[in-house]
Design a protein around this ligand. Structure first.
Ligand SMILES: [Fe+2]
Length: 392
């Protein structure tokens, strides 16, 4: 165990049946009666925003302040627009209803408002963002992957340069996260698979990173179990139980990696997204087995232990001790392959149009990605190229 470590998760989590009905109480407790609801066109189109607004209205809260123009790849300009909207409409809190882009946008807005800033860029590059004015902030996640509702990270694109900037501060943690099965009910199997694979990656990388600690391990282990026990059900014959299990797993994996960080899968995945537009969850699913193979010698003991969490006690007991690490990787491969056979989870980078000519630029970018710093095994440019070629 590490000699010293820190762990933070200050987010109150309300999960399960009728969790959404608690939103009025939560807002009142936090001192917000005129929140700004942030969402996107997709959520509005499927009627989920209206459903949530009805629930909020029933609690006597003014739910008329809404901003739903958040694009999939939000930016500093969008955040600055929302800051203006918030001030002009005299709002007193923020509700984020959506996936990663909506949540990260809301985090940026909240952080700038709490620091009394009009332009989020004025906080870029700040190593430490100190506690500012409290802005009540509740997150309602609509995917089961990012875990962003419980991470102290926000990824925001610089509108002028196109560069994705990472803001890291405990000031980004929301006050509350509401996990309710109604929020992921319309998520199609393809998105369930790719976002849950992102969460699986968060838990596996957090459990094997240089920055892991016993508390982050506890969250990572529970997340792994829930994902492998529920994902195949949720993509074939979804039940409320399987959906809520994945949503809770995603939150727990978020708590784990927010403290333990991730590793080489995310470093290469970020680069695949930036250079070739590969969707994040899909990049994770494609890269995970090969990256685990690369890390095998450094992570042997961790992978041996992981077998029981991923595959269950019978698989663990029936596998000789010296074969458990390799069996863990095989299990992950077969798990992803099952989803691939359902036609919902591509397993090659070329499925997303990536070409061999793009690989050197992707590898170079991955080598400079912050996530690689805590990978348990150092990687060279050649190592990353090898992984990429195997995944092409
Ligand atoms: Fe991720």
């Amino acid at each position: 165990m590490k000699q010293y470590f820190e762990f933070i998760n200050s987010v109150k989590i309300l999960a399960g049946d009728k969790a959404l009905e608690n939103i009025g109480y939560e807002l009142d407790f936090l001192g917000s009666h005129r929140p700004l609801i942030l969402s996107d066109h997709g959520i509005k189109k499927i009627g989920l925003l209206d459903d949530i607004v009805e629930i909020i209205k029933d609690t006597g809260v003014d739910a008329t302040q809404q901003y739903t123009d958040i694009p999939p790849d939000s930016s500093t300009t969008v955040i600055n627009d929302i800051i203006t909207y918030y001030r002009e409409h005299v709002c007193d809190g923020i509700i984020a209803l959506g996936g990663g882009s909506v949540i990260d946008t809301a985090k940026g807005v909240r952080m700038a408002l709490s620091q009394g800033k009009q332009d989020i860029m004025s906080l870029a590059g700040n190593e430490i963002i100190k506690k500012g004015k409290h802005i009540p902030f509740i997150v309602l996640p609509t995917t089961c992957g990012t875990g962003s509702e419980c991470t102290s990270v926000a990824v925001i694109k610089n509108h002028s340069t196109g560069v994705k900037m990472e803001f890291i501060s405990s000031e980004l943690l929301p006050d509350s996260a509401i996990i309710d099965v109604r929020l992921t009910k319309t998520l199609p199997p393809k998105l369930i698979a790719s976002t849950a694979l992102d969460a699986l990656c968060h838990s596996i990388e957090a459990f094997s990173s240089l920055q892991k600690n016993p508390i982050s391990d506890a969250f990572a282990i529970s997340a792994m179990r829930l994902i492998t026990q529920n994902l195949l059900v949720a993509t074939t014959a979804p039940t409320d139980d399987s959906r809520i299990a994945l949503a809770v797993a995603s939150t727990m994996a978020g708590i784990a990696f927010s403290n333990a960080m991730v590793g080489i899968v995310h470093a290469i995945g970020h680069a695949c997204g930036g250079e070739a537009g590969v969707p994040h969850g899909n990049a994770m699913a494609i890269l995970l087995p090969e990256c685990m193979r690369f890390n095998l010698d450094a992570n042997k003991e961790t992978y041996e232990e992981m077998l029981v969490y991923l595959a269950g006690p019978n698989a663990f007991a029936s596998t000789p001790a010296d074969k458990r690490a390799e069996r863990t990787i095989q299990f992950v491969e077969e798990f992803i392959d099952t989803l691939n056979k359902q036609g919902i989870l591509p397993t090659r980078l070329s499925d997303f149009g990536v070409t061999a000519e793009q690989l050197p630029a992707i590898a170079k970018k991955a080598l400079n990605d912050g996530a690689i710093i805590v990978n348990n095994k150092p990687a060279t440019l050649e190592d990353i190229m090898n992984i990429l070629q195997k995944c092409l």
